[in-house]
Structure formats: structure tokens, C-alpha cells
Design a binder for this molecule. Structure first.
Ligand SMILES: Cc1cc2nc3c(=O)[nH]c(=O)nc-3n(C[C@H](O)[C@H](O)[C@H](O)COP(=O)(O)OP(=O)(O)OC[C@H]3O[C@@H](n4cnc5c(N)ncnc54)[C@H](O)[C@@H]3O)c2cc1C
Length: 284
């Protein structure tokens, strides 16, 4: 761990390469001098990404990512400032310093998905990311005495699930439910004994995970649960665990990663209108 006071900073990045890793996924690998300062403890490490507005070569962001970065970003004209979205640091490597982000493609409607689909080497982006391991930007935190772990996620949280499975202490059983839009988006997950993974392909219909979990014969004891993906799926699974199964709500970590029919900008406006502090990724 470094001793930097602020856990986050801006990272000015450029695209090194892109790879279509499945029918619905583009992996973008970023480089840049700033990555020397990138420090994370993995898991579901979230980042704020800023995308350029149409006609800009790079996104406009405040000068510094201090405590007031959000107010400073909001003070920039909405048509000028970088378009903000939340993503996961899928992998960060040294020698050379590189950062992978996996973008789930969902057509042409979202600026982030559209940007990734068209990204070419040299394209520039800015991230707010961690420069300390204890940065508060990863939610997955099972208590030491959790008898087992339950993970439910759609493809937007697949990079986070990979990070979680890489990080999980050996010997802690994990039951994982994953849904993807296309069969070819299923992938090999970090292997460890005691992990039981069920894949579902949505084929354009609703998410089958809530029903599958509701019908599942689960192991004894209250698990530590982590749920992320489309907001209605997340809500339904949480309801089953807390209301129907009676698990302590404190043992369930849940985050709406996106909501059908609402852009991330819509969610930000809602959270501001509700007077809730805008925590990165805490949109639900
Ligand atoms: C903590 C956190 C971590 C995340 N990590 C990742 C990640 O690593 N990879 C990743 O791909 N996503 C990730 N997401 C989800 C991502 O931020 C959203 O999908 C985001 O809305 C995409 O922005 P956009 O500009 O493409 O679409 P927006 O402009 O936000 O939305 C445009 C339209 O597309 C719909 N939409 C948004 N996302 C999807 C989707 N995935 N499938 C279908 N329709 C969609 C919206 O409902 C809206 O109607 C994460 C979210 C959070 C909160």
C-alpha cells in the first residue's frame, strides 16, 4: 500500500489495443505514464471513466481529483464535460503498465458502449482510479466467519466476478449465478476448488437468475452475498435472500450496475434529486 492521502486520482490513458473477446464484449487495453501510480486490491474495483463529447479528442475533466472532483466536474458545462460512466478494472499489470477494461456492448445508444465499439489505438480517455489498496472502491468484503459466498451477476459485472474469484481466500465455498446476452460470452473463470458456477443465456428475454436462485437448494448457514447487474434482477435476488429466506440484510451487498430504459445520466439526476450523496457505482 502507498501512503498517498487521496485514495483516488485522475489517470490520463490512451488505447493500446482492443480485442473482441466474445460476441457481446470488447476488451480495451489502456496504457499511459499515469498507470505507474495505479494501485488496487482487485475484486470489484470500480473506476469512473470520462469519455469525450462528439468532436473532442479527449474528455474535459477538472484539473485535480481531490475531494471536490464531483462538484468541479458538475460545474463544467454539460455539453463540454467528459461523459461519466462507471466501469471495473478487470486487470492491471506491471512491466509494462497496462489496464484492461471489458465493455459489454449494447448497441449504439450508450456513449460508453459506442466509444468502445469504435476505439482505436491512441484514442484518449480519462479515469478516476485508485492509488491505494484501501480506496473504498471495491465492495466485495465477506466477513471472516462467512460459511460460504453467493454471487449473482450479469455480464456487466463479469469483470468484477473474475476479480472476486481471483481474490477469494482458498477454502471458502462460492456459489455463482451468471447471465450473459450471448452463449459465446461465457468464459473460463479463475478456477479454484469449491466454486460452483451456473451460466444462463438470456436470449433477449428477462434474466432467469432470480427464479433460479429462488428455486435453488442452498447450503446451510447465512452466506455473504454479492449481487450486481441490471437493477430489477438485483432487487429480485436481494428480495429472495432477505425477505423469503430471512438472511440478515447486512450480509447482502448489492449494486444496480445499470437499469433498463435509463441512461447513467438519468440515474445520476435521480440520485441528486433524492439528495443522496453520489457514490461511484451506488446507483440503486
Ligand atoms: C460499479 C459498476 C461497475 C461496472 N462495471 C462495468 C464493466 O466492467 N463493464 C461493463 O460493460 N459495464 C459495467 N458497468 C455498467 C455500465 O456502467 C452501464 O452499462 C452503463 O450504463 C453503460 O453506459 P453507456 O453509455 O454505454 O449506456 P447509457 O447511456 O448509460 O445507457 C443507454 C441505454 O442503454 C441501456 N443499457 C446500459 N447498459 C446496458 C447493458 N449492459 N445492456 C443493455 N442495455 C444497457 C440503458 O438502460 C439505456 O437505455 C458497471 C456499473 C457499475 C455501477
Amino acid at each position: 500500500m502507498t501512503t498517498s492521502e487521496n485514495p483516488f486520482r485522475f489517470f490520463h490513458l490512451h488505447v493500446l489495443r482492443t480485442e473482441q473477446i466474445g460476441p457481446g464484449f470488447v476488451r480495451v487495453t489502456f496504457g499511459g505514464e499515469d498507470l505507474k501510480a495505479f494501485v488496487s486490491d482487485g475484486r470489484d474495483q470500480r473506476l469512473k471513466l470520462f469519455f469525450p463529447q462528439p468532436g473532442q479528442d479527449e474528455p474535459v475533466v477538472p484539473v485535480e481529483a481531490g475531494d471536490d472532483w464531483f462538484a468541479a466536474w458538475m460545474a463544467i458545462d454539460a455539453g463540454e464535460r467528459g461523459i461519466m460512466r462507471t466501469y471495473t478494472a478487470r486487470d492491471a499489470r506491471r512491466d509494462p503498465d497496462e489496464l484492461d477494461i471489458d465493455f459489454a456492448m449494447h448497441g449504439d445508444t450508450g456513449p460508453a458502449s459506442r466509444w468502445a465499439a469504435n476505439a482505436v489505438p491512441g484514442a484518449r480517455l480519462v479515469a478516476i482510479g485508485p492509488q491505494r489498496t484501501d480506496n473504498g472502491g471495491a465492495d466485495f468484503a465477506p466477513p471472516k466467519d462467512a460459511p460460504w459466498v453467493l454471487v449473482a451477476a450479469d455480464e456487466t459485472a463479469l469483470p468484477a466476478v473474475e476479480g472476486i474469484l481471483r481474490w477469494l481466500p482458498g477454502g471458502l465455498p462460492a456459489h455463482v449465478w451468471l447471465s450473459v446476452a450471448h452463449d459465446g460470452d461465457r468464459r473460463e473463470l479463475p478456477g479454484r476448488a469449491g466454486t460452483n458456477v451456473r451460466w444462463f443465456v438470456r436470449n433477449g428475454s428477462g434474466d432467469p437468475i432470480p427464479e433460479a436462485i429462488a428455486a435453488a437448494d442452498l447450503p446451510e448457514g447465512t452466506p455473504y452475498a454479492w449481487i450486481a447487474g441490471e437493477a430489477s434482477m438485483v432487487r429480485a435476488v436481494r428480495r429472495n435472500l432477505v425477505r423469503d429466506r430471512g438472511y440478515d440484510r447486512k450480509s447482502v451487498t448489492f449494486t444496480g450496475y445499470w437499469r433498463r430504459g435509463a441512461t447513467d445520466d438519468d440515474l445520476l439526476v435521480e440520485s441528486l434529486a433524492g439528495q443522496e450523496p453520489h457514490l461511484p457505482g451506488k446507483d440503486d
